[in-house]
Write a protein that binds this ligand. Sequence first.
Ligand code: FAD
Length: 294
Amino acid sequence: MATPHFKVHQPASLEEALDLLGRHRASVKLLAGGTDLVLKLRAGAVSAADLVSLNRVAGLNRINYQDEDGLIIGAGAHISDVAEHPAVRQHYPALAHACSVMATTQIRNMGTVAGNLANAAPSADTAAPLLAYRASVVLVERGGRRQVRLEEFFKGPGLTVLEPMEILEAIRVPAPPRRAGSCYLRLSARSQVDIAAVGVAGFLALDMQGAMMGVRLACASVAPTPVRCPEAEALLEGQEPEPQLLARAAAACVRAARPIDDVRASANYRRAMVQVLAGRVLEQCLNQAQGGAQ
Ligand SMILES: Cc1cc2nc3c(=O)[nH]c(=O)nc-3n(C[C@H](O)[C@H](O)[C@H](O)COP(=O)(O)OP(=O)(O)OC[C@H]3O[C@@H](n4cnc5c(N)ncnc54)[C@H](O)[C@@H]3O)c2cc1C
């Protein structure tokens, strides 16, 4: 497979990157780690004469956490950096886990979390935990910035609300409350080497009386986009964590899924596994929120 010819531009600032996008608008693509884009260029699935690399844009690889504002992941932050960041591991264990088990070491060292979202694969491993954590994305163009909730970002396989001249600048994730738990579990035929056939993420906190609040469940690889499970969330919100209720919520997650048969799994297997994984995810979330090990 021959690599097509293209020019790589290396802007040093976001303004310069936006200018380059505008100047080459007919033929340009943004390049982060290139782990998705370069394969698509080589396969002829996308074409571009100009690539605007984000790798040298100052400040874009930041990962910052503050108790009041939560987490900011810059568009240049590599998956492996997010996986290993102490604040991500402490406050967002489901995201740290997703970033440490997805893909291979080489891909995690090159690929970015922002690229994983912008690529908009239904199987994107970082999407389900970020949905569970109520993340938003900051999108910037020459005219200004806007913040979009992640659940409104995905439009279909490979499709997002990103405008052609827009850059996903950062991912913002609110700080979790105390007594919270979160978890991401994925299944794939060949461990990390293969993309997930099913992924389920969850988040919940416990109030002073022990009732569940802020419950979020999200799935990957079982619908045209990563999806939340609103019926299951509503069943659990404000309730005591009784085993039968948790089992009903896990079953309700299946109704958010619209899986297909493909080389990775059948639709029936995916439906069955959503329920199994959702049950385990809820159990682990509760265990953490009640003070157990992560
Ligand atoms: C062998 C292999 C294994 C893989 N395994 C997994 C896996 O297990 N799980 C998984 O989820 N993925 C997997 N992937 C897919 C890929 O590695 C990830 O999606 C990665 O996070 C993409 O990030 P990137 O920085 O390389 O993006 P790029 O390839 O550079 O870009 C991807 C797309 O997003 C756009 N883009 C990138 N950054 C921005 C931005 N800041 N603003 C706007 N648009 C942007 C690009 O223009 C392009 O269209 C795998 C890939 C390979 C090759």
